[in-house]
Design a protein around this ligand. Structure first.
Ligand SMILES: Nc1ncnc2c1ncn2[C@@H]1O[C@H](COP(=O)(O)OP(=O)(O)OP(=O)(O)O)[C@@H](O)[C@H]1O
Ligand SMILES: [Mg+2]
Length: 485
C-alpha cells in the first residue's frame, strides 16, 4: 500500500526513472524496522520536478514513543527554508546533521539526513531520521506548564526585558508575532518599520494585523499551519512564511517571517537584461557571418577559376560551421545559457555540407551513445570547424568518382575525456603532407581543446581520432549508463 503511494507520488511529482523508484521502494520497505530500532521517525523525501521543493514519499513512525507527528506527512511539500538539511544533502550528496531543527510541523528534532544515490551516483532522494529533542531544551523544568510556542518563541526572540539586543533585533528579516485574534504582540525593529511604512500608522501594538495590512489576509486565511508564499505589491517582492503556534488543537498565535526580496528581484532583472544584450550580440555575430558568406558567394558568381572556386567553397563551409554555433545558441529557449549541444551542432554542420557539396552518394552516420554533450560557445566553434574539415576531407578525397561509401562520426564519452572519431571506408589517406585543412584541425585540437589528434591505422579507409579532456567548458550528461572503456 505505502509502496504503491510512493510509486504514484514519484511518478506524478518527480523526474525519477522507473529504476530509481524501484530502488526507493526497497529502501522504503525497511523504514519501519529502522524507526523501531532507533526510536526515531524516518522519512524519504524526493526533489520535485520544478527542483524548488521536495515531497515526502515515505514515512515510518516508531511504535514505542508518543507521537511527534500526529498525522501522516506523506505527500507534504517540504520547503528549503524550513528543512535546510534535506536540501544540503541533495545539493552536496553528503550527510547532514542538524541538532535542533524545527520541522515544518513546528517540532524540535535532531535531524540526520543522508542522500540516496542510484548506481550512476546521482542523488535520487534523501533518507531522514528525526529524533525528538524537546526535553533537551534549556527550559525543561516547567515546560509542560507553558503554552506551546511561547517558550520556543522566547528562545528564538530573546527576553523582552533584557538590556541586550535580542536575536531578532539583529535580523534583516521581518519578525511579527500575533496572538490568537491576530493582534500584533511583537515586531522586531525592521518589522515595526515595515508595518508603519505599509499601513501609514504609528499605532500598531495590539492592533489586528490583518486589518492593518490587508494583503496578509490570504496568508492568515490559509489552512496550513506552515505556509510560504510570495507576494508582490507596490513594486515590492515579499516572501512571507507563516507558522501557526498551537498547543494540541488550540491556536495560540502566528509567527510571520517576511523577507523583502525587492532588491534581489531588481538585480535578477538587471542580469536578465544583460543576457538579452548577449543574445543580441550573438544575433549580430550570426548576421555578420551571413554577410561574409554572401560576399564570398557574390565574388564566386563574378566568375573565378575552377581552382579558386574550391578555395572559396572551403572558406564558405568554414564560415557556415562557425555560424551554426550561433544559430544553435539563438534557437536555445533558455536565453541565459550559451552552451551548445555538440551532437546537434555536428548534425547541423554536416547537413549544410551535404547540401552544398556535390557528393550525394555518401552516407553519414552520427553517434553519441545517447549521451548529451554540452560545451561553451568558444569550444563549440572549434569543434564545428574540426568536424567540418575532417568530414569535408572524407567527402572530397575518400570517394573519387562515383564511389559509394560511408562516413561515421562517433563521440565516445569517457569519465574525464571526450573522443571524437571520424572515419570513412574510402581509399585511405596516402600522403601525409597536410594542407590548410589539417593545419586548422591540429591547431584547434592542441591550442583550443588541449587535446590530441591522430590518424588510427586501418585496413580500409581513414580513421581520424581526437581526444580532449572534460572541463567546466565541456560537460557530458550520461543519459545512459554507458561510459565506454
Ligand atoms: N579521408 C581522407 N581520405 C583520403 N585522403 C585524405 C583524407 N583526408 C585527408 N586526405 C589527404 O590528406 C591531404 C591533406 O588534407 P588537408 O585537409 O590538409 O588538405 P586538403 O583537404 O587537400 O585541402 P584543404 O586545405 O582545403 O582542406 C589531402 O589532400 C588528401 O590527399
Ligand atoms: Mg581538407
Amino acid at each position: 500500500m505505502a509502496e504503491s503511494t510512493l510509486e504514484q507520488l514519484c511518478t506524478i511529482y518527480t523526474d525519477l526513472s522507473a529504476d530509481d523508484i524501484q530502488q526507493l521502494k526497497s529502501v522504503a520497505s525497511t523504514l519501519q524496522m529502522y524507526a523501531d530500532l532507533s526510536d526515531a521517525y524516518m522519512f524519504i523525501d524526493c526533489k520535485m520536478k520544478d527542483n524548488e521543493q521536495a515531497i515526502v514519499v515515505a514515512e515510518a513512525f516508531p511504535k514505542s514513543i508518543n507521537a511527534v507527528y500526529e498525522n501522516s506527512v506523506i505527500g507534504k511539500i517540504v520547503f528549503d527554508s524550513f528543512e535546510p538539511g534535506v536540501f544540503y544533502s541533495y545539493r552536496k550528496g553528503k550527510k547532514s546533521l542538524i541538532r535542533q531543527a524545527v520541522t515544518q510541523e513546528g517540532r524540535s528534532v535532531e535531524q540526520s539526513v543522508v542522500p540516496i544515490k542510484n548506481n550512476m551516483h546521482q542523488v535520487i532522494a534523501v533518507l531522514i531520521q528525526e529524533k525528538e529533542v524537546y526535553h533537551a531544551m534549556p527550559y525543561t523544568n516547567n515546560l509542560e506548564d507553558l503554552p506551546f510556542g511561547q517558550e520556543s518563541i522566547g528562545y528564538v526572540l530573546g527576553d523582552k526585558n533584557s538590556e541586550m539586543p535580542i536575536v531578532s533585533d539583529l535580523l534583516m528579516e521581518i519578525f511579527l508575532l500575533t496572538d490568537h485574534e491576530n493582534k500584533l504582540t511583537y515586531a522586531n525593529p525592521v518589522g515595526v518599520k515595515f508595518i508603519t511604512e505599509m499601513s501609514h500608522t504609528e499605532e500598531i501594538q495590539n492592533v489586528n494585523l490583518v486589518e492593518l495590512l490587508p494583503f496578509l489576509k490570504p496568508v492568515y486565511d490559509q489552512q496550513d499551519d506552515v505556509f510560504v508564499s510570495e507576494l508582490t505589491l507596490d513594486r515590492k517582492n515579499l516572501v512571507v512564511k507563516k507558522i501557526r503556534l498551537r498547543k494540541k488543537d488550540e491556536m495560540r498565535g502566528t509567527l510571520l517571517v517576511i523577507q523583502d526580496l525587492t532588491e534581489l528581484r531588481t538585480k535578477e532583472k538587471e542580469l536578465m537584461m544583460k543576457s538579452v544584450v548577449i543574445q543580441e550580440i550573438h544575433h549580430r555575430v550570426k548576421n555578420n557571418l551571413q554577410t561574409v558568406a554572401s560576399l564570398l558567394r557574390l565574388q564566386m558568381r563574378k566568375g573565378i577559376s575552377e581552382e579558386s572556386k574550391s578555395y572559396f567553397e572551403d572558406t564558405l563551409n568554414r564560415v557556415f560551421s562557425i555560424s551554426s554555433v550561433y544559430e544553435l545558441i539563438l534557437a536555445n529557449e533558455d536565453a541565459e545559457d550559451d552552451d551548445v549541444d555538440i551532437i546537434e551542432l555536428t548534425k547541423k554542420v554536416c547537413s549544410t555540407m551535404t547540401i552544398n557539396g556535390p557528393n550525394k552518394k555518401v552516407g553519414l552516420i552520427i553517434r553519441s551513445n545517447g549521451n548529451r554533450i554540452l560545451t561553451s560557445s568558444r569550444k563549440a566553434v572549434s569543434i564545428a570547424l574540426i568536424v567540418n574539415e575532417l568530414v569535408q576531407n572524407s567527402l572530397k578525397h575518400a570517394f573519387p568518382g562515383d564511389t559509394r561509401g560511408e562516413i561515421i562520426v562517433n563521440f565516445y564519452s569517457k569519465a574525464d575525456s571526450l573522443e571524437l572519431h571520424i572515419s570513412d571506408n574510402g581509399v585511405g589517406i596516402k600522403q601525409t603532407k597536410s594542407s590548410l585543412g589539417l593545419e586548422i584541425v591540429r591547431n584547434l585540437v592542441v591550442n583550443d581543446l588541449n587535446g590530441e589528434f591522430s590518424y588510427m591505422p586501418e585496413d580500409i579507409g581513414t580513421h581520424a581520432a581526437i581526444m580532449f579532456p572534460v572541463s567546466p567548458e565541456v560537460i557530458i550528461y550520461y543519459e545512459k549508463e554507458n561510459i565506454d572503456s
